[in-house]
Design a protein around this ligand. Structure first.
Ligand SMILES: *Cc1c(COP(=O)(O)O)cnc(C)c1O
Length: 422
């Protein structure tokens, strides 16, 4: 069962001030989840979560996570700038980028962020640009398929990220010669995993590699970064990850591999995005039109520009009709937005309670990779983002776009002046 964190009454009250569609985030849920993550890894002295900013790039969300002890994982100049403005600096920031522009590295260096290199050639590139920092991290890609038991989880051999085994050993040698003193190791091998085995399996791969690299190159590892990829079950009837079992699985691998190698002081870092935010966001949208042709369509005021995952990945997002939580799901609908794209469907052949115009739908698990993947196709405007605070108040944390925002990049031509606020 997926239960919305707002009721129909609360939604109606909010809509008086902030019309649908909007994304709303649950501060209480975000904080509790972050605290449990820290508890699950409390066995590790230096543990730190670097929230993947790209999942939910909103300074108010970053501030909440900062208060819970998290840093940020950035991959672009603007993510670094947002993090800077939120007061993250130095070892609060992990910079895990790829195909990195020079100005991005320069900003990361200026902020004193940990730099996580994606490729062997970036060692020379960074060195030429601004020198190699004292602490440096490299991203590993073992190639092949990544499987747990017999199930293929993902395909690192096809992924553009990271150094090969041979490159990473050579890479650490070169970095050491260039004067780096402390080292980190990173890998991201499978996305949205819903199994307690992913992190422990990844940890074993990275821990064994770290021991090998230390033996072959003499570098001292300060941290091992398990990156993101711990997922959530988007379907209502699937079991969720157990973060305590995940933490213990990594602990066991740590005690079996790193401790005997004299590396028991290595810090464990994570860069979770989805796990930190997805369940604590809803996209709230109103039913506007019905259409009966070859299928039954319910048209809503949100579209794929507000939530791209169903259109892009065919992803399932659970839908609750607010106020009809207990009604039988005995009607079948395609729930659609208004883009001139037939993949603009939040749900296909979904059994829902009978819908009426004006019904308010809660689309679940949109707190990560939701608003952030938004776009402006068909001239659709980005929605507002709201925060449901712990005391029940609702705070606007990003206003909805206006047509003037959409036309803003024509401000030098004069042609759209009629709609550009002066
Ligand atoms: C996307 C990404 C993450 C976060 O991934 P989630 O699946 O949201 O946990 C972390 N690190 C890097 C480098 C990423 O690209």
């Amino acid at each position: 069962m997926k239960k919305p964190f707002i009721t129909k009454e609360k939604a109606q009250e909010i809509i008086k001030t902030y019309p649908t569609p909007f994304h709303i985030y649950d501060e209480k849920g975000i904080r509790e989840n972050a605290r449990n993550l820290y508890k699950a890894f409390s066995w590790n002295k230096g543990y730190k979560e670097y929230f993947a900013v790209k999942a939910t790039p909103n300074p108010y969300i970053l501030k909440i996570l900062q208060e819970e002890g998290c840093g940020v994982d950035c991959s672009s100049l603007t993510e670094l700038m947002m993090s800077e403005c939120c007061g993250f600096k130095g070892d609060d920031i992990m910079f895990s980028s790829n195909v990195t522009p020079a100005e991005d590295y320069l900003k990361a260096r200026e902020l004193g962020a940990y730099i996580n290199l994606d490729d062997f050639t970036h060692i020379e590139y960074l060195d030429q640009l601004c020198g190699i920092p004292e602490t440096i991290c490299c991203r590993y890609n073992p190639g092949g398929k990544f499987s747990i038991a017999t199930k293929i989880m993902d395909n690192p051999g096809d992924a553009k990220y990271g150094f090969t085994h041979e490159q990473i050993i050579e890479g650490f040698k070169v970095l050491k010669e260039k004067g780096a003193k402390y080292f980190g190791l990173h890998a991201f091998l499978a996305s949205n995993t819903v199994t307690n085995e992913y992190y422990p399996k990844l940890a074993r791969i990275l821990f064994e590699l770290a021991v090998e690299i230390k033996e072959k190159t003499g570098v001292e590892f300060k941290f091992i970064n398990l990156s993101g990829g711990v997922g959530i079950a988007y379907e209502p009837d699937k079991p969720q990850n157990d973060i305590f079992a995940i933490g213990e699985g990594v602990h066991k691998a740590f005690d079996e591999i790193l401790v005997p190698a004299g590396m028991g002081d290595v810090a464990i870092f994570t860069e979770l995005g989805r796990y930190m935010l997805a369940p604590y966001g809803h996209l709230i949208t109103t039913v506007k039109h019905f259409k009966h042709t070859h299928k039954e369509y319910a048209g809503v005021d949100a579209c794929a520009c507000n939530l791209m995952r169903p259109a892009m990945y065919g992803a399932y997002h659970h839908i609750t009709v607010l106020g009809k939580e207990n009604a039988p799901c005995d009607h079948k609908y395609d729930v659609t937005g208004g883009l001139c794209e037939n993949n603009d469907k939040f749900a296909i052949d979904r059994m829902l309670p009978e819908l009426e115009k004006g019904d308010i739908l809660c689309i679940h698990d949109t707190g990560a990779h939701g608003f952030s993947m938004g776009y402006n196709y068909n001239g659709k405007l980005r929605s507002a983002e709201l925060l449901l605070k712990e005391d029940g108040d609702v705070q606007l944390i990003r206003r909805a776009e206006t047509p003037a925002d959409y036309f803003a990049t024509f401000d030098f031509t004069g042609i759209m002046d009629k709609y550009l606020e002066k």
